[in-house]
Design a protein around this ligand. Structure first.
Ligand code: MF3
Ligand code: CO
Length: 255
């Protein structure tokens, strides 16, 4: 069942979303060659504490950190540790928070210094895939209109869309119904309605779309070790269109 949120509840989620947006912006300013991914995690936890917010991921199904940091061939769920960021890396950071019981979840892929042209194209395509998905988060559409829009953008540019992980509804839990694949034919699945809040999160690879999970039980990497990128926003469907709750100033993305 897909829960509908009231305007007041969406406001509370926008508050959490604003904190996540600020956190990702802060981490983008902190990332530099030589920093360890666990130092980014410590920065994240300190930032959230200063805002009076709690990390959504820490302890979720036993996840051991506040954020996920996935470098290059790592797609999602990279556990922060002793790996040092290097010039030319693609660093995907996924962050979530819970404030007064309401969740927000977002991710971005950062380019550290000068990255390869392929890395740059992959990042831009993934960002655009998310934007096109968000533009379909409209009352009256069907869920797979989002999925198919994402897939189309990705495959048009010759990249692969990950099948094994999906986006999700979000609210008083990090993961709610519905699951939101980043692939599929348009015009099927549940009808989208104002009051639904969706975490849309394309995960895109420069090679094959198959992934595998490392020994740590979390870190998902591309099977062929090709580069990957990941963008995510928490988006409310409103009568006035999609509202991106994890933007710095929750603005409607398209009129
Ligand atoms: N955005 C990711 C997701 O929705 C983050 C989850 S990390 C976890 O699955 F540790 F919380 F699982
Ligand atoms: Co998510």
């Amino acid at each position: 069942m897909i829960e509908l949120k009231t305007a007041r509840e969406i406001e509370l989620m926008a508050h959490a979303g604003h904190i996540v947006a600020g956190l990702l912006e802060h981490l983008a300013a902190v990332v530099r060659p030589g920093i360890k991914t666990k130092e980014l995690d410590a920065e994240a936890l300190a930032y959230l504490r200063r805002q009076g917010a709690a990390p959504a991921f820490l302890g979720y199904r036993g996840y051991p950190a506040s954020i996920c940091v996935s470098v290059n061939e790592e797609v999602v769920h990279g556990i922060p540790g002793d790996r040092r960021i290097r010039e030319g890396d693609l660093v995907s950071i996924d962050a979530g928070t819970v404030v007064e019981g309401w969740y927000a979840d977002a991710a971005t892929t950062l380019q550290v210094g000068a990255v390869s042209p392929l890395a740059r194209r992959l990042t831009e395509t993934t960002r655009r895939a998310l934007e096109e998905g968000i533009a379909r988060a409209i009352d009256g559409n069907r869920l797979s209109d989002i999925s198919s829009a994402v897939q189309e953008v990705v495959e048009r540019d010759g990249f692969g869309v990950v099948r094994d992980f999906v986006g999700h509804g979000i609210g008083q839990a990090l993961h709610e119904d519905p699951p939101i694949p980043n692939f599929g034919s348009p015009h099927v699945g549940p009808r989208l309605r104002a009051g639904m809040v969706l975490a849309i999160e394309p995960m895109v690879t420069a090679g094959g779309y198959e992934v595998e999970v490392l020994q740590d039980g979390w870190t998902a990497v591309t099977k062929d070790r090709s580069l990957a990128a990941h963008f995510e926003h928490t988006v409310a469907i409103t009568e006035r269109g999609p509202l991106v709750l994890t933007a710095q100033h929750a603005l409607t993305s398209r009129q």
